[in-house]
Design a protein around this ligand. Structure first.
Ligand code: NDP
Ligand code: ZN
Length: 348
């Protein structure tokens, strides 16, 4: 199928229109007309090859919402016209222990990323959601529950699951004390989700500029990370801290905020971190951990959870040709929301 998207051709140049083919439908495939796609900071990291593993050309986008156009002969879960979604993965082996217990992101053979990945059958590069169409095997297609606003829900597919998954892993529930560092796409979803789980949520930011916004998302307070007296006053007060900072930094100053046995979960920076210090870890059996997106079943769970609790990402809609400006704004880090591309702005 011929389609069009926006692609990066190398790390220096802006994204530009790109005509390409989606694979012919296999028996287990669902072909989707993309209606909306969120703009994740990982899209920017990948376009600029910050992690060193980008394959060009790359069409980014892994917060995909659309409508089923066609299904393969073996597809049982979806039919033409259904509202569906695709997140950060489009395939895995589906037979190893990790896939069997629903953590395809940790597939022993490696999951296939929605973009800049390699198709397990043809070896072709996978291309993401900044495009009109996508073809994905049905096991990696999610159902958009009725009641979720299609134009707003796309960020749940990455920002939502990436923060929901560690909140579940570390058993956040009523009364849990949760801190969220970095109030962008991931951070603002972490606040909304943790608040809906009944947690007492504190936003942690470089300044207090986003305070009113995040209080309206369900945070009870905002702690400015450069305010040493405030940081000391919050010592030992958190069970879980979700750290979404997207750049190399030192996570040590946040460790004393944790109570005994508390955990700081790194979901932001992928790669080198600044040198750390073990003293506050030892003095309180505190932990630092990492977390990567979430499995397919859990991604469906967070979509359903958001529908049930009326949680929607805060979104700023853009047209496809505004993506390079959106990337520039993302680099500044001053939004407590997510850009979402309205794909009707792109002509085939
Ligand atoms: P955003 O740019 O939307 O938000 C990041 C936030 O971090 C900013 O709003 C800002 O918040 C803070 N920040 C930005 N720059 C700095 C800096 N130099 N120092 C300290 N804080 C800073 O990004 P996303 O939320 O989309 O993504 C965050 C990170 O998570 C990215 O690196 C992305 O690649 C990664 N990611 C990881 C996933 C995983 O599976 N682990 C999945 C998806 C994304 P404030 O102004 O409040 O300080
Ligand atoms: Zn993402």
């Amino acid at each position: 199928m011929k389609t069009v998207g926006y692609a990066a051709h190398d790390s220096e140049k802006p994204l530009e229109p790109y005509h390409f083919e989606r694979r012919a439908l296999r028996d287990e495939d669902v072909s989707i007309e993309i209606l909306y796609c969120g703009v994740c900071h990982s899209d920017l990291h990948t376009a600029e090859n910050d992690w060193g593993w980008t394959h060009y050309p790359v069409v980014p986008g892994h917060e995909i919402v659309g409508r089923v156009l066609e299904v393969g002969s073996g597809v049982t879960k979806y039919k033409v016209g259904d509202n569906v979604a695709v997140g950060c993965m489009v395939d895995s082996c589906l037979s190893c222990d990790q896939c069997h217990h629903g953590e395809e992101q940790f597939c022993r053979e490696g999951m296939v990323g929605t973009y800049s990945g390699q198709d397990r059958i043809s070896g072709e590069l996978t291309q993401g959601g900044y495009s009109k169409h996508i073809v994905v095997r049905e096991e990696f297609v999610l159902n958009v529950p009725e009641g979720l606003d299609l134009a707003k829900c796309a960020p749940i597919l990455c920002a939502g699951i990436t923060t929901y998954s560690p909140l579940r892993t570390w058993n956040v529930g009523p009364g849990s004390r949760v801190g969220v560092i970095g109030l962008g796409g991931l951070g603002h979803m972490a606040i909304k989700i943790a608040a809906a789980m009944g947690a007492h949520v504190t936003a942690i930011s470089r300044s207090d500029k986003k305070k009113q916004q995040v209080l309206s998302y369900g945070a009870k307070d905002l702690l400015v990370s450069s305010d040493e007296a405030a940081m000391q006053a919050h010592a030992n007060q958190f069970d879980v801290i979700i750290n979404t900072i997207p750049v190399k930094h030192d996570f040590t100053p946040y460790i004393p905020l944790l109570d005994i046995d508390g955990t700081q979960v790194l979901v932001g920076q992928v790669g080198e971190l600044a040198e750390s210090n073990s003293v506050p870890l030892l003095m309180g059996r505190r932990r630092v951990a990492g977390s990567l997106i979430g499995g397919i079943a859990q991604t469906q769970e967070i979509l359903d959870f958001c529908a049930l609790h009326n949680i929607l990402p805060e979104v700023e809609m853009i047209n496809m040709d505004q993506i390079n400006d959106a990337f520039d704004k993302l680099k500044q880090g001053d939004m407590a929301s997510r850009f979402v591309i309205d794909m009707s702005s792109l002509e085939v």
